[in-house]
Design a protein around this ligand. Sequence first.
Ligand SMILES: [Zn+2]
Length: 282
Amino acid sequence: MGFTINDSGRLLRDGRQVELIAARPSHTGGNFARTPKVIVMHFTFGGSGRSSADWFRDPNNQGKSSAHVVIDRDGTVLQCVSFEVIAHHAGRSEWKGTVGMNSHSFGIELANWGNLKRGSNGWVSWTGVQIADPEMAVHKNGNPDGSVTPIGWERYREAQIEAAEGVAKAIIAKYGCDEIIGHDDISRGRKWDPGPAFDMGSFRARVLEDMADDGDNTLRVTVAEGLNLRKGPGTSFDVLELLPAGTALRPVERNGSWILVNVLNNAGVARRTGWVHSAFVD
Ligand SMILES: [Zn+2]
C-alpha cells in the first residue's frame, strides 16, 4: 500500500486517485502562499468519514470547516481539499509564534467520536452512540468538561492509523514537512483532538523515523539505459519519467519488489515521487 501526491495536490493510493468529496470552495482559503511544514492531526467528533466529508460541503456548516483528507475507521481515505489549497481545519490556533495555522499546515481528520459521555450502560458519543471498550484517559490539557479523572475516548483502529501513516509520509515526501502535531497542541483549551487515544509518539516515530533515513540510505539507478519512474507499484502503471543512470533516490516504502521513492535533485532535495523496480537500484 503506497500513497503519493501529484502536482495538483491530489492524493493517490497505489497509483489511483482516492475518492474526492470536494469541500465547498468557501470552506477553503485559496492556494498556500508558502509550503506548509506542519501536519495537524484531528478527530472528526463524528460518525462515518463520509458524513464528515459531506459536512465540509454542506451550506449549513456555519464554521465553513474543511480538511485535506478524512480517514475512516476502516482506513478508507477521502480527499476533500487539494494539498495545494488552504483548508479550514485549525481555526484559532498558534504554533511556535505563528498564528492562524490554516495557512501553514495540512489537516488530516480521523473519523472518531473523541471524548465520550457516561451513559446508562457505559460510554456513549455526544449523539448517544454506544462505544464499547473506550480508552480511559485524562487529556494532557485537562478534559473538555474540566474533570481530571479518566473519561472514555473512542479508540482508533490500526487500519486507520496505517492509512494515516501512509498519507503523512506522502505529504512529507511531496512537501518536506518536518512536524506532526495535534489540534490540541495549537488550539489549547479549545480543542481536544486527536486526544489521548491517539499515540502521537509512536505515530511520529512510524512516520518520521522512516523518512529521516536519507544519507546512507540513498539508492542510485544502476541501469545504463535508465529506469522508468512509475505512478504505481507495477509495470501496468504509467511511466512518469525515465530516470538516467546514477539518479539519487530516497526510499519511502516497499511494496513487494517495488519501492516508492523520492527522486532527489543535485542538492539532495526531493523533486518528485514515484515507484521503481528494486532490481535496478542499489
Ligand atoms: Zn480538529
